[in-house]
Design a protein around this ligand. Structure first.
Ligand code: SF4
Length: 361
């Protein structure tokens, strides 16, 4: 980023990529098949050699296994194509990430042991894809603020790139937002299969971000995602100018969840080195900095899913915070937070002086 040298995608890009997720079970509700976009997904999935099952009703049932483990295993191997309920058209703000959130799916096939979805989505972690996406996208127009730049976040409840080969929902979203002046589509991923998105015109109205962490965190806690080197290669491809074979997107790095693991300064310094190598050309770059936190609810779900996790979720080592609705979360103590924040902001200022830090939380 600080170096003006440009080159085509480097050999580092040839790093091992995550396998594309192929669900063992794909379910369609009849209502999803009534939607033209749902039928498009059906065709796409069938062409991948997967035979979808059409359910007798619009309810998803029989998702539970004999025990918690089996329920988790079955759900993480299931893709359900459904129609989003009418409530999905009432958008919610999502500060500080964007003005509004909308959902092209809920759930994710990966196995991150700290997954933030554990505290927000109920029931078995099936990935549900919305067949009425065109209506969901059309509805976002009502939330554009005249004369003001409006941002829309698509990754609050899913990793959109992790399921893109099965759905095409991200491409449909990019096609929508590229036509909307004064808007930005924002999405974030831990996957790396960006090639189908590189040739798409986006008019700078889409900001993909890669979720990155220190190598040891990625390896230990982020099962089923692309390796760190593959994600860095994907970031590079997205940011490279189109004339050099890249996507020419404004890009972002989401550093999350930041954790003061033993040797964290060295581990995160190495990560900044790697980001610098991946983005060794001028580009529009933002950072979002998110420290690890958990809630009583997310801890209970996560320890059920990952009983042997090495993830620290010890209330005694945290500070309890209560929001105005009575919700509780546990964050790092003030001293630790200040040290982390200072370190990350200083590193970014010195290594990526043209990049913007959007927020620390
Ligand atoms: S990639 Fe994101 S949504 Fe998916 S399991 Fe990991 S943290 Fe959860």
């Amino acid at each position: 980023m600080t170096n003006t040298q440009t080159e085509t995608i480097s050999p580092a890009a040839a790093a091992k990529t995550a396998r594309l997720w192929m669900p063992k079970r794909v379910l369609f509700t009849p209502a999803a098949l009534d939607e033209p976009f749902g039928r498009q997904i059906h065709k796409r999935i069938s062409s991948l050699g997967i035979e979808p099952v059409v359910l007798p009703s619009n309810r998803l049932t029989n998702l539970r296994g004999a025990d918690e483990r089996e329920t988790y295993r079955n759900a993480k191997n299931t893709l359900a194509v459904v129609t989003a309920p009418p409530g999905a058209l009432r958008l919610q703000p999502i500060p500080p990430s964007a003005d509004w959130q909308f959902h092209l799916a809920e759930g994710c096939p990966a196995h991150c042991q700290y997954c933030y979805l554990a505290g927000s989505l109920q029931g078995p972690p099936v990935t549900r894809v919305f067949a009425n996406l065109p209506a969901i996208l059309e509805n976002t127009i009502r939330y554009e603020q005249p004369g003001r730049f409006t941002t829309f976040e698509a990754s609050c409840y899913t990793d959109p790139l992790g399921i893109e080969h099965l759905t095409g929902s991200l491409e449909a979203s990019i096609r929508h937002f590229r036509q909307r002046e004064n808007t930005q589509l924002r999405w974030v991923t831990k996957f790396d299969h960006v090639e189908p998105l590189l040739g798409l015109p986006h008019h700078g109205r889409v900001r993909p971000r890669l979720s990155l962490n220190a190598e040891i965190v990625t390896r230990r806690l982020e099962g089923g995602t692309a390796s760190l080197s593959s994600r860095l290669a994907a970031l590079r491809k997205l940011a490279l100018p189109t004339v050099l074979g890249g996507g020419g997107y404004p890009v972002g790095v989401v550093l999350a969840p930041i954790m003061p693991i033993p040797g964290w300064q060295e581990a995160y310094t190495q990560l900044f080195d790697q980001i610098g190598q991946a983005l060794d050309f001028p580009c529009d770059l933002t950072f979002e900095l998110i420290s690890h936190r958990f809630t009583p609810g997310s801890k209970e779900v996560l320890t059920g899913w990952y009983p042997n996790t090495s993830l620290e979720m010890d209330e005694a080592r945290r500070v309890k915070k209560t929001n105005k609705f009575g919700g509780v979360k546990y964050v790092y103590p003030g001293d630790q937070m200040r040290a982390l924040r200072q370190f990350f902001e200083a590193k970014i200022a010195s290594r990526f002086p043209d990049a913007r830090v959007l927020y620390w939380t």
